[in-house]
Design a protein around this ligand. Structure first.
Ligand SMILES: NC(=O)c1ccc[n+]([C@@H]2O[C@H](COP(=O)([O-])OP(=O)(O)OC[C@H]3O[C@@H](n4cnc5c(N)ncnc54)[C@H](O)[C@@H]3O)[C@@H](O)[C@H]2O)c1
Length: 370
């Protein structure tokens, strides 16, 4: 991937967030020329600030709802690859602020695509949605890419809409039949599971809630101990997005599709099981179950990743124990205050790449033979 991303102009929306910061760090390490476009960092502490990413990239504060500004930025910086992550990403917050959620996740997607449509340099667009975009059947069989879109709550349905927008743009403006003749754009959407990793401080997410309680010696209250989620370490979906970007660019239009990048089935666990592992690794901690969940939340969510495995030769690198360990180690080092977290985070990326090399996955192979 180093050969591929070196010198490429990559625009990341949502670069100040949890996943966006890790993606920006990795792209920067690969030598890409990164342009970030987002609102200010959504949390305090903030991974973006901890990693001092504002000094390493073209850092632009802007709203994806601001059509004029995003178009201006695309025109000015002429990106070749676009990763669209900017979103209101929280289910419970979306019950409180449905309008904001829809405006950001729907019109933000439309504005990003419109800006890309007006900018000839753009060749690859990857829209980051979620496993929650699927019409939920509470099924024990993982969702496949062609399953219908849906979403019970405002967040999930807004991401289902973002998927439908991607497919409408693929049909209407970036149609594979017209590739090279009427346009040069390949567009994909990607659906990850419940992402965990160091540097997330969002509200109402299991790991950040755990960390807040454990570091203050407080008892953690959990709402849905039996909810089943596809947990995965943050670098897993990011390796999928980065690999997909290079495959779309190099191998062409047939890779412009929807892709699931989830964990292996054995790593799809209940909230309470994850919590027990976190407490064991952290070395201490208590929790209480308070099942007074008035807001509907999906109980069972699983992703089928066969397509990404077969066609992209992508696969998860860490199992759930390794993923939790890497995550908790990151926070422990951060709160110990004894190490530069930029170096530490880069080291976590290196460890992940080394394990991927060991496992012989496609994206980690050195094509140059050096
Ligand atoms: N974290 C997960 O478990 C998970 C799982 C699946 C999918 N996703 C998706 O991945 C993406 C990133 O999620 P995250 O966990 O990093 O969230 P996050 O809240 O940490 O980051 C969201 C980013 O979007 C930006 N943003 C929000 N509203 C904006 C607006 N109106 N204009 C411009 N920027 C705006 C924020 O400033 C931030 O940079 C989202 O699209 C989310 O839906 C996340």
């Amino acid at each position: 991937m180093k050969e591929f991303y070196k010198g490429k102009k990559v625009l990341v929306t949502g670069h100040t967030g949890f996943k966006g910061s890790w993606l920006t760090l990795w792209l920067n390490e690969l030598g890409a020329d990164v342009i970030g476009y987002s609102l200010e960092t959504p949390t305090n502490p903030s991974l973006f600030k901890i990693l001092r990413l504002n000094k390493k990239i073209t850092h632009i504060i802007g709203d994806v709802r601001d059509e004029k500004k995003i178009k201006k930025i695309f025109k000015k910086y002429k990106p070749e690859i676009v990763f669209h992550l900017a979103a209101q990403p929280l289910v419970r917050y979306s019950y409180k602020y449905p309008r904001l959620t829809y405006e950001t996740n729907i019109m933000g997607t439309v504005n990003t695509f419109e800006a890309a449509r007006e900018t000839k340099s753009v060749k690859v667009i990857i829209n980051i949605t979620t496993d929650k975009c699927y019409k939920n059947k509470e099924s024990i069989v993982g969702y496949e890419e062609n399953d219908p879109m849906g979403g019970y709550d405002p967040y999930s349905s807004s991401k289902g809409c973002s998927e439908l927008i991607t497919s409408a743009y693929r049909n209407s403006f970036f149609n594979p039949k017209d590739f090279k003749e009427k346009h040069n754009v390949i567009i994909s959407s990607v659906r990850a599971g419940n992402v965990i990793g160091g540097g997330d401080w969002a509200e109402d997410r299991l790991i950040p809630d755990c960390i807040r309680a454990l570091t203050k010696n407080e008892t953690l209250i959990i709402r849905s101990p039996n909810a089943v989620r596809p947990w995965q370490y943050v670098l897993e979906p990011l390796s999928g997005y980065l690999h997909l970007g290079s495959v779309m660019w190099n191998k062409g239009i047939k890779y412009g599709q929807a892709w699931n990048f989830g964990p292996e089935n054995k790593d799809i666990l209940k909230v309470e099981e994850v919590l027990k592992k976190v407490i064991t690794i952290f070395g201490k901690g208590n929790y209480k179950v308070k099942e007074e969940n008035k807001l509907h939340e999906t109980k069972l969510l699983m992703l089928n990743i066969k397509k990404a495995k077969d066609l992209l030769k992508w696969r998860p690198i860490y199992n759930v124990n390794e993923s939790i360990k890497k995550t908790i180690e990151w926070y422990r080092n951060y709160y110990n205050n004894s190490i530069d977290m930029n170096d530490y985070s880069l080291n976590q990326i290196k460890q992940y790449i080394n394990k991927a090399i060991e496992k012989g996955v496609e994206w980690a192979k050195n094509k140059g033979g050096k």
